[in-house]
Design a protein around this ligand. Structure first.
Ligand SMILES: Nc1nc2c(c(=O)[nH]1)N[C@H]1C(S)=C(S)[C@@H](COP(=O)(O)O)O[C@H]1N2
Ligand SMILES: [Mo]
Length: 325
């Protein structure tokens, strides 16, 4: 059975071994790029155990907000409707061109205000952390959304290894910037000052829902989804979830981020999902849950903090979220 043949996750988090993900990556590398993606099946052991969503939800019960019983967005939509401006601004550009990015070897530099600066290599990302499955709602600022089973580990687990020093207040992230392999960065219409940058306050970064992500649907991330390592922050607009990370720096001042630099009146540093604060050019009260079409828009209400208020609202106690949007 292939993963694309099942419409609910048939592997529980406890059953994803680093070897499964690693093996899938090897298969992907050895195959003919993205064309081989669909052929990357699940391992036989994983395929044999098919758990229901209810069982999965029960398994994640000890982790508040780590799962949802909402229908998953089909895998094919999640990997073909993307934002990854390094490869172009059309939703179909990343799936078409991201294979031009070389992700092996890969390393992530972790530095700044840490006691033990260093580097993580591809192998460390796949085998050095306990991988979990997290089923999160994912809400783009453009008012579309998905529900995706990600595979990853808490960012906190990574940061702790490098020992942030007491003066560290924020975490700054950078994406790979390689003009030869990223046609969107060579485009004359490109508006971003590359590399793509994002940031979080340290307490947001350490929150258990903040996920360093290496896979989705039990498989390794395809390039268009931000291989080999991306961030997922489920209560914030999608652009905070930076892809293909090469640098993580602990800093003491709020770092500049790509979208805020570009249009500060439209995109704030916090960018928590908030139906009460409209984008200057459109409302944020509703979203189109993918798959969505003209005839079947699948329009649903947007929830404060994307439905994670219970878990994260306390991080922003006393802050005016209309000012700190
Ligand atoms: N490096 C980089 N990261 C990025 C982006 C980008 O253009 N470049 N787009 C962001 C936006 S706007 C969204 S909505 C999500 C999209 O993630 P997805 O394509 O996996 O759905 O990635 C975010 N991370
Ligand atoms: Mo987005």
């Amino acid at each position: 059975m292939r993963l694309r043949d099942v419409n609910f996750p048939s592997i529980a988090s406890s059953e994803i071994t680093p070897e499964d993900v690693w093996l899938n990556r090897r298969q992907l590398m050895q195959g003919a790029g993205l064309g081989a993606l669909a052929a990357v099946g699940m391992t036989p052991s994983a395929a044999a155990t098919s758990s229901t969503l209810a069982e999965l939800a029960a398994a994640a019960a000890d982790c508040d907000g780590c799962s949802t019983d909402e229908s998953l967005t089909p895998y094919s939509d999640a990997i073909s409707y993307n934002n990854f401006y390094e490869f172009g601004t059309d939703k179909s550009d990343p799936a078409q061109y991201a294979h031009e990015m070389n992700v092996d070897p890969w390393s992530v530099e972790v530095g700044g205000l840490v006691n033990k600066p260093g580097k993580l290599h591809l192998e460390d990302l796949i085998t050095g952390f306990d991988l979990e499955e997290r089923i999160y709602r994912f809400r783009c600022v453009e008012a579309w959304s998905m529900v995706v089973p990600w595979v990853g580990f808490p960012l906190a687990a990574l940061l702790e290894r490098f020992e942030p020093s007491s003066d560290a207040k924020y975490v700054a992230f950078k994406t790979l910037y390689r003009r030869r392999e990223m046609r969107g960065t060579r485009s004359f219409t490109s508006i971003i000052d590359w590399p793509y940058r994002e940031g979080l306050r340290l307490d947001e970064a350490m929150h258990p829902l903040t996920l360093m992500t290496v896979g989705l649907y039990g498989k390794v991330l395809p390039n268009q989804s931000g291989a080999p390592l991306r961030l997922i922050v489920p209560w914030k607009y999608g652009f905070k979830s930076i892809k293909s990370i090469v640098s993580i720096e602990l800093v003491d001042k709020q770092p500049a981020t790509s979208w805020q630099q570009l249009a500060p009146q439209e995109y704030g540093f916090y960018s928590n999902v908030n139906p009460e604060v409209d984008h200057p050019r459109w409302s944020q009260r509703f979203e189109r849950r993918l798959p969505s079409s003209l005839f079947s828009p699948n329009r649903i209400q947007t929830l404060p903090f994307n439905g994670y208020a219970e878990q994260v609202a306390s991080l922003y106690k006393g802050m005016d979220l209309r000012v700190h949007y």
